[in-house]
Design a protein around this ligand. Sequence first.
Ligand code: PXP
Length: 238
Amino acid sequence: MRLGVNIDHVATVRQARLAPEPEPVAAAVLAELAGAHGITVHLRGDRRHIQERDLELLRQVVATKLNVEMAATPEMIDIAARVKPHQVTLVPETPEELTTTGGLDVARHSAALRIVVQSVRRAGIRTSLFIDADRAQVEAAAEAGADAVEINTGPYADAAEDARAEQLERVAAAAAVAADRGLEVLAGHGLTYQNVGPIAEIAAIEELNIGHSIVARAVLVGMDRAVREMLALLRLSS
Ligand code: PXP
């Protein structure tokens, strides 16, 4: 199990005042020094937090793995081909949403996504598709030629207590199908220090992407401690 730390909301604090601080690159370095296995950012069309400048600097500084979430638009694909992060995660994006609200409908847009995956691959970048925990979506992601899928844990995180086991089982089942199809299996969204435990027990999941909860804790206790405490919950030494 690896931990990718999403540092978008470090940039959110900076953009709240259009100030030069806090610096996302500094947060990335501290997260890596604490033992994070990767850094994730989401370059949104509206640039509400991460900016292209951040991407360029992170590409130079991140020593582990830089994963960039983006919509499958020509603008974003051009940026990815220029900056060349280690991995691109294609996500659905709507301007009004507070955060990503669901997985890509790969099954429905398979022809278009296959072309996008091919062009990202031609740029030498791995492609992950953010999908809901659904067998048809996993199969479609494999058909589209993705290297990895990131299974949406949002419904698990949001579920009422009596519905949580069912959502957990969905994530586990989708992860097993994805591993079986030879896809690298990631998961994330809505994970916290309180709810991550059962997800971390799913053997097929190789990496978790966690953002808001780690940055929220880092504001109070510092990035180093926040990352180390999450790694300890994942039973990874730090
Ligand atoms: N994975 C994806 C695809 C996301 O869009 C996000 C949010 O940017 C995350 C993981 C991290 O979610 P959270 O901030 O709730 O940990």
